[in-house]
Design a binder for this molecule. Structure first.
Ligand SMILES: Cc1cc2nc3c(=O)[nH]c(=O)nc-3n(C[C@H](O)[C@H](O)[C@H](O)COP(=O)(O)OP(=O)(O)OC[C@H]3O[C@@H](n4cnc5c(N)ncnc54)[C@H](O)[C@@H]3O)c2cc1C
Length: 385
C-alpha cells in the first residue's frame, strides 16, 4: 500500500489525535498512523480519566497554554456533543509550606486564578472523608477537575475522520526519512509520503526520533480502583478530585491523588487513585498488563492513611507509562534533521490536560513552521541537540 498526503501524523494518541483534527479542520490532507487501536490499553492515556488543573507554578507559560487548552476542550465537547471534562474542583492537601499548598497559592496569585484556602478544621468539616495529620491544611481550585481521556482521544479521532482525515490503526511505523521533496514513512504494510511529518509516539518516541542528546525515560506507573463499603460520600458532587502532598508525614513521598466515583461506565468502576512519582524504568514494549502485590499496596497505603472510609476491595489495577524528559517539562519542536518534521514527546506524567492545545500547536508548526503559543520553554535546545 502507498499513499501521498500533506501531513502524516505518527501516533494517534493524546497529542496525535488532536493534531489530526486541527490539521483536517484547516483543510489539510492528513494521514494519522497508529500501531494499535484507538483507544488502546497500551497507551499513556489508558485508565479512563486524567486530572486537569490551572494552577501550574513550575513555569509561568504553562498557564496561558492551559487557558487555551480549556477553551479547546469546550470546543471539542460541543463539536462532538460529548461530555469530556468535569469541573469538580481540585482539593489540595498538605503542610502549609509544602510544595502542593504553596504552589497553588503562588500560581493562583501570580496568574489571578480563583482559589480558596481551608484550615485543618475547615477541611475536616467540609471534607470529612479525609483523615489528615493536625498540621495539614487545604487549598481548593474551583476550575480544576478531570477529563475522560480515552473518550477524548476517540472523540478527536472520530471528528478528524469526519473532517476528512485518514486514520490507519494497528499499523506500526518502522521508520521515516526526508529529502528535498518531502518525507517518507515506512510501515509494516506500505510506504506513505507527505510534505510534512509530525511524530508523537508517546513512550516509543526515543527510537523514532533518533536524537542522541534527548534523554527520555519510560517508567511503569500504577492506577488503582477500589470499592468503598459506602459509595455515597465519594460520588461526584460530594467529592472532588483530590491531591495530597505527604512530604513531611513520616517517610511518604510522591503526590497521592484521586477522582470521585460516578455512574458513567466510561470512567471505570470504583474509586480511582494513583501516586504521582517516577516509577520503575521499563522498556516501552514491556507487557503492561502484569501486576504485582506491591502495586496493590501502593493503592492501599494512602487509603489506610488518609481515606480510611474508602478502603475496600481493590477492583482493578492498571499499568500505564510516563515518558519522562530530563527536566520534567515537555519537548516540542522542529526536528534538527529537517524543517519538514516536528515532534512532541516527554510529557512526563502531566501532559494529557494539554493535548487539546498541543494538537493546535503541532498543526501550526507543521503548516506554518511557527506558533503564537508560548512554547519556547519547551524547545529542544535546552538539551543541546
Ligand atoms: C498513570 C498515569 C497517570 C497520568 N495522569 C495524568 C493526569 O492526571 N493529568 C495529565 O494531564 N496527564 C496525566 N498523565 C500523562 C498523560 O496521560 C500523558 O502525558 C499523555 O497521555 C502522553 O500523550 P502522548 O501523545 O505523548 O502518548 P500516547 O497518548 O500514548 O500516544 C502515543 C501513540 O503513539 C502510538 N505509537 C507509538 N509508536 C508507534 C509506531 N511506531 N507506529 C505507530 N504508532 C505508534 C501509540 O500506540 C500511541 O497511541 C498520566 C499518565 C499516566 C501513565
Amino acid at each position: 500500500m502507498s499513499s501521498h498526503h500533506d501531513v502524516i501524523v505518527v501516533g494517534v494518541g493524546s497529542m496525535g489525535a488532536a493534531a489530526c483534527l486541527h490539521l483536517a479542520k484547516r483543510g489539510t490532507k492528513v494521514l494519522g498512523i497508529d500501531n494499535q487501536s484507538i483507544p488502546n490499553s497500551n497507551s499513556s492515556y489508558n485508565g479512563n480519566t486524567r486530572v486537569i488543573r490551572l494552577t501550574y507554578q513550575e513555569h509561568p507559560d504553562y498557564v496561558p497554554l492551559l487557558k487555551e487548552a480549556y477553551r479547546l476542550w469546550d470546543e471539542i465537547e460541543q463539536e462532538t456533543n460529548t461530555r469530556l471534562l468535569h469541573k469538580t474542583g481540585v482539593l489540595y492537601m498538605g503542610f502549609p509550606d509544602g510544595e502542593a499548598i504553596s504552589g497553588v497559592k503562588l500560581a493562583s496569585e501570580k496568574h489571578g486564578l480563583p482559589y480558596s484556602t481551608l484550615t485543618h478544621a475547615e477541611l475536616a468539616q467540609q471534607f470529612p472523608q479525609f483523615t489528615l495529620p493536625e498540621a495539614m491544611v487545604g487549598a481548593l481550585e474551583p476550575e480544576g477537575g478531570y477529563l475522560l481521556s480515552e473518550r477524548a482521544v476517540e472523540s478527536y479521532a472520530r471528528a478528524a475522520q469526519q473532517h476528512g482525515a485518514t486514520l490507519l490503526t494497528n499499523e506500526p511505523v518502522l521508520g521515516w526519512s526526508h529529502d528535498t521533496h518531502g518525507v517518507t514513512v515506512q510501515t509494516t504494510s506500505g510506504t506513505h509520503t507527505a510534505g510534512k511529518l509530525i511524530l508523537c509516539a508517546g513512550a516509543w518516541s526515543g527510537s523514532l526520533l533518533r536524537l542522541p542528546n534527548l534523554e527520555l525515560t519510560v517508567t511503569r506507573q500504577i492506577l488503582g480502583w477500589v470499592r468503598p463499603a459506602k459509595a455515597t460520600p465519594f460520588q461526584r458532587g460530594k467529592f472532588p478530585v483530590w491531591n495530597i502532598d505527604p512530604t513531611g508525614d513520616g517517610d511518604l513521598t510522591g503526590i497521592y491523588y484521586g477522582f470521585p466515583m460516578s455512574d458513567d461506565p466510561g470512567e471505570g468502576s470504583g474509586l480511582k487513585l494513583a501516586c504521582h512519582h517516577p516509577g520503575q524504568p521499563m522498556p516501552p514494549d514491556a507487557i503492561t498488563a502484569e501486576t504485582f502485590p506491591a502495586d496493590e499496596e501502593e493503592i492501599r497505603l494512602p487509603l489506610r492513611r488518609y481515606l480510611p472510609g474508602a478502603l475496600g476491595p481493590v477492583e482493578a489495577i492498571k499499568v500505564c507509562k510516563y515518558t519522562n524528559s530530563a527536566d520534567g517539562h515537555f519537548v516540542i519542536d522542529r526536528h534538527p534533521e529537517s524543517d519538514r518534521v516536528h515532534f512532541a514527546c516527554g510529557f512526563s506524567g502531566h501532559g494529557f490536560k494539554f493535548s487539546s492545545v498541543m494538537g493546535q500547536i503541532l498543526s501550526d508548526l507543521a503548516l506554518e513552521g511557527q506558533t503564537n503559543h508560548p512554547i519556547d520553554f519547551l524547545r529542544l535546545r535546552r538539551f543541546n541537540n
